[in-house]
Write a protein that binds this ligand. Structure first.
Ligand code: SAH
Ligand code: SF4
Length: 423
């Protein structure tokens, strides 16, 4: 979602007459888009702002802005901590960027635009990172309030875009040559629940699936408590919907899941995995896991290891629990020591990476459809792309193949990617 927001802001800046500077030293304006989901992400922003202070001391006319979730979380307090900051822009107020820039140019200082907003407007001039695969947000914010998570506080409650608007956006993107659309939402499968008109993700997928020229449809992130048979059937029946789902598990212990307020048990999660694999046998499933949640004891952690070994995910993002201000989990007793979190994370990564590697090895000798997205930045004679199951593939080939869907035979594999050859 943040990457998409950055593309929107880049588009607005371009429209306002700004051009991209090659390095920060040459920039008149530096705008940092930020994440608050873990402390580590915030620490990176502060260290970047420290570097920028040294630049601004040399070039006092340089303007510095902070956008995104950190801006929303800290609001004007950021001006106190970072006196060289010129403006602050919350993630629901991106449309105010031109007005802020104008005020800054007119000599106004320390502008902050934050606070809850309505549904953001549809942006027409998004400066996308590539011209094949486009992010398309369908919901903003989240109303689930998992006990560890800051997202509902900084991005507000869930607001869904109207279906007609989404379909029009998707049609326009396809006309402009986009081959893949990635629907975005914090709980993308809760799409429509706030609209009150029976429209849901399954229905939307079926409508998108008939757009002429669109090759692939993906959606992130799905929430386990909101997977139903209708969605699984739509995924299996819609030809363009890819055989991949990112379904964050977070923990394999029912006690921990309960305290996280995720809204499902391990057995319910397992049941969903079973249905997905029965209905869509080639599906790849990836997940997110948090270790060291308050009160997680070694039995809870072993339950997570056991469950990931049983499920065998294709891949996982794995994190140490990071207490976030305002959230319920930050005030729970039995916070886990950093040392224990670190040790659990490294054990988890070791187990999961071995599984990822084995799953990739199983693909050697198989045929996969690959959408070629670019040349390999490291090896100019190679191109790269993704399978429908969201795995990265490198293969010999020329730049002209970018944008093509190729049938590729997988010839070797590693934990992070596959190698293939054109058939
Ligand atoms: N809406 C998505 C997740 C958004 S945040 C969902 O519900 O799946 C992405 C991931 O960051 C989460 O899945 C979780 O694994 C991790 N995360 C969120 N808050 C965290 C915290 N306080 N500490 C550590 N990891 C966290
Ligand atoms: Fe955060 Fe939970 Fe909402 Fe995901 S579903 S954004 S983890 S509150």
């Amino acid at each position: 979602m943040n990457e998409y927001d950055s593309e929107v802001m880049a588009g607005i800046l371009k429209r306002e007459g700004y051009a991209l500077a090659k390095v920060a030293e040459e920039a008149e304006l530096v705008l940092l888009n930020t994440c608050s989901v873990r402390q580590h992400a915030e620490d990176k922003v502060f260290s970047k702002l420290g570097e920028l202070k040294r630049l601004k001391d040399k070039q006092p006319e340089m303007k510095i802005g902070v956008a995104g979730c950190l801006a929303e979380r800290m609001k004007e307090e950021l001006f106190v901590q970072i006196p060289h900051l010129d403006f602050i822009l919350g993630p629901s107020h991106i449309k105010n960027l031109p007005e802020i820039l104008k005020n800054i140019e007119d000599g106004k200082k320390k502008i902050a635009v934050t606070g809850e907003a309505q549904l953001p407007q549809v942006e027409k001039e998004v400066l996308r990172q590539n011209n094949l695969s486009a992010y398309l947000p369908i919901t903003f914010g989240c109303s689930h309030f998992c006990s560890y998570c800051i997202v509902p506080y900084v991005r507000g409650g869930q607001r869904s875009k109207g279906m007609e608007v989404i379909l029009k956006e998707a049609e326009e993107l396809t006309k402009r040559g986009y081959k893949e659309i990635i629907l975005l939402g914090q709980q993308v499968n809760a799409y429509g629940q706030d609209l009150g008109n029976q429209i849901n993700l399954a229905f939307l997928l079926r409508e998108l699936d008939v757009i002429e020229g669109l090759e692939r449809i993906r959606f992130i992130t799905a929430h386990p408590s909101k997977i139903d048979n209708g969605l699984i059937e739509a995924m299996s029946e819609c030809q363009r919907v890819c055989e991949h789902i990112h379904l964050p598990l977070q923990s394999g212990s029912d006690e921990v899941l309960g305290r996280m307020e995720r809204g499902y048990t391990r057995d319910e999660y397992l049941e969903i995995i079973k249905k997905l694999r029965q209905t869509i046998p080639e599906i790849s499933i990836t997940t997110d896991i948090i270790v060291g949640f308050p009160g997680e004891n070694s039995t809870d952690f072993e339950a997570t290891l056991e469950l990931i070994s049983q499920i065998r995910f294709d891949g996982a993002f794995m994190f140490k629990y990071s207490p976030r201000p305002e959230t319920k989990a930050a005030t729970l007793p039995n916070q886990i020591e950093e040392e224990v979190k670190r040790e659990r994370l490294s054990r988890l990564i070791e187990v999961q990476n071995r599984i990822t590697k084995e799953k990739n090895r199983e693909l050697v000798g198989q045929k996969e459809e690959v959408l070629v997205t670019s040349s390999n930045p490291k090896i100019p004679t190679e191109i790269m792309g993704k399978t429908r199951t969201n795995k990265v593939v490198f293969l010999e080939g020329s730049q002209d193949l970018v944008g093509e869907l190729l049938e590729v035979e997988i010839i070797s594999s590693s934990t992070w990617h596959l190698k293939g050859k054109k058939r």
